[in-house]
Design a protein around this ligand. Structure first.
Ligand code: KG4
Ligand code: ZN
Length: 338
């Protein structure tokens, strides 16, 4: 079964054809990162307009690379939450048009759950699973009993970890999006140069928080002069990155021990970070617990439509298709839906 996936929730316009939830026949992604970089963040109206400009070409190209026409696909799938409403509506209405015109089923997908699916192309993972979703907008920890039985275990109470990287890159004058740029200079730095705060979390609580880390960097940069910043910018980035990730590691370990779950998925844009991988793979406690840690391949860490089409196959398989009257939602959870 071939599903055409469409993703326009933020600043990537993407289309992909996936066969039977596993085989990626094509994947096209147009990133608007360069367009938004001068604003140091995504400007919603500009994102929507660029989706409109690109979506025709991206979908046609995905079909062409899969050697298919629209008539050959069995269903369409589209992200309808969470995201920027104007951006989501571009993909959603395009998908509705395809579904209506060709009389094909349309499957609506939660972008966060699709990020989790990004590891299932290359891996067979048994349930239960813990999934840490770390991106520019989200820091969420889920427990999965199956692809459709998902409960939230923990989340950030303020900013997302990716946002903390983007903010650091802005404060250090590195550019946007920040994660990759911070990681790059952190490679040459000493992580033990400066201590940054890790939120003190009550026993039994697992939440994440990144506003303190961001403020701490801001205050520190105010306290040093330009020469010191220039000399130690790599060390500052390395320390900041280390403390941002230690918080994830500490909390996730607590949950793993409490829930006694052996499989851990780490996905979303921030999961492209090699230092993060090392930190989790090399952790002695996780090794001792025998935790199976799974990251997506790098090309699937960011926003992409393959994860949308892949997950849709399983929803379709379970008859979870809906009519044309579904809407777009900025938030994660919509009552009564998976
Ligand atoms: O999943 P994603 O592409 O979009 C959202 O749904 O937000 O994630 C983008 C986020 C940005 O905040 C970006 O700075 C961060 O992922 N990111 C990274 C790295 N690559 C991207 N953060 C840390 N290290 C990286 N290598
Ligand atoms: Zn995302």
């Amino acid at each position: 079964m071939k599903i055409l996936g469409i993703e326009t929730s933020c600043d990537e316009t993407s289309a992909s054809v996936v066969e039977d939830g596993k085989k990626i026949l094509s994947l096209e992604i147009f990133s608007q990162a360069d367009i938004h970089s001068i604003y140091n963040g995504v400007v919603p109206e500009i994102a929507s307009r660029n989706h409109l400009l690109k979506i025709d070409g991206i979908i046609l190209s995905a079909l062409k690379k899969a050697c298919l026409t629209l008539k050959d696909i069995d269903a369409a799938a589209v992200t309808n939450r969470p995201g920027l409403i104007g951006a989501l509506l571009v993909g959603l209405n395009y998908a509705k048009g395809i579904s209506w015109a060709l009389n094909k089923p349309l499957i609506y997908i939660n972008h966060i759950y699709a990020h989790i699916y990004s590891v299932f192309f290359d891996n067979e993972i048994s349930f239960p699973i813990l999934a840490l979703v770390i991106s520019g907008g989200h820091t969420l920890l889920y427990k999965l009993n199956s692809l459709t039985d998902i409960t939230l275990v923990s989340r950030t109470v303020d900013d997302a970890v990716g946002e903390a990287f983007d903010k650091a890159a802005k404060l250090l004058n590195l550019g946007y999006p920040g994660g990759q740029l911070v990681e790059e200079i952190a490679r040459k730095g000493n992580k033990d140069f400066k201590k940054f705060p890790i939120p003190k979390i009550k026993k039994g609580d697992y939440y994440f928080s990144y506003s303190g880390l961001k403020t701490s960097l801001l205050n520190y940069l105010k306290s040093i002069d330009e020469k010191e910043l220039e000399e130690h910018i790599n060390d500052i980035a390395a320390s900041y990155q280390y403390y941002a990730f230690m918080q994830l590691l500490i909390n996730v370990k607590k949950v793993i021990k409490h829930e006694k779950i052996n499989n851990l998925i780490i996905c979303g844009g921030v999961s492209a970070n090699d230092f993060l991988k090392e930190l989790f793979y090399e952790d002695s406690e996780l090794k001792k617990l025998g935790t199976n840690i799974i990251f997506p391949p790098k090309y699937l860490t960011g926003d992409n439509a393959a994860m949308i089409a892949g997950l849709a196959y399983h929803y379709y398989d379970q008859n979870m298709k809906t009519d044309l009257f579904e809407n777009a939602y900025s938030r994660i959870v919509k009552k009564g839906s998976p």
